[in-house]
Design a binder for this molecule. Sequence first.
Ligand code: GRF
Length: 197
Amino acid sequence: MKKKIVVLASGSGSNLRAIINSIETGFIKNAEIVSVISNKKNVLALDISKYYNIKSLVLSNKNKSRQFYTSQLIQELDKLKADLICLAGFMVILDKKIFEVENSKYKNKIINIHPSLLPKFGGKGMYGLNVHKAVFAAGEKESGASVHYVTSECDVGEIILQEKVNIEDCKTPEEIAKKVLKVEHKIYSEAINKILK
Ligand code: GRF
């Protein structure tokens, strides 16, 4: 029986595409993406899922409390019987109830990719280009990406896989972002393999 992966995405979906590619090439074996869930309409991640004939769902978080949104998401995930939930550029913070006892099936079932060497440059406000601006401002010689379990606190879950990249030749935060994104695409599939094997 193939393992069921659900990908949550809010934007460009480049990590989603990387996971799809890994499944298509057989790098990730015995797994399928059964649904892509986005909190936003008209995002590239949804176009990518349509192109690959992957079911998608828009579950808007507009005018919804974090608790209410999380309950709706749990209902969808229960229906999908997901074995692994991958946050890939998903910009909604989930309520801690998803990790609590009655939902313990989702403890260590939700993972995220973060564009820095956690615990450095993680936490509140540290997402997207903000991360690379902070790394650049700090004069770091290296950055990288981290795949970690999602917990009730932002970016502090156990790290599953991390990879460094030298950024001494980067002259802007955008250049760092480009280098780090390549690492993200590589290690997300490696982390999925590590968990699902
Ligand atoms: C990536 O930098 C990822 O680390 C962060 O969201 C950004 C966009 O990811 N979580 P994607 O291109 O939408 O997959």
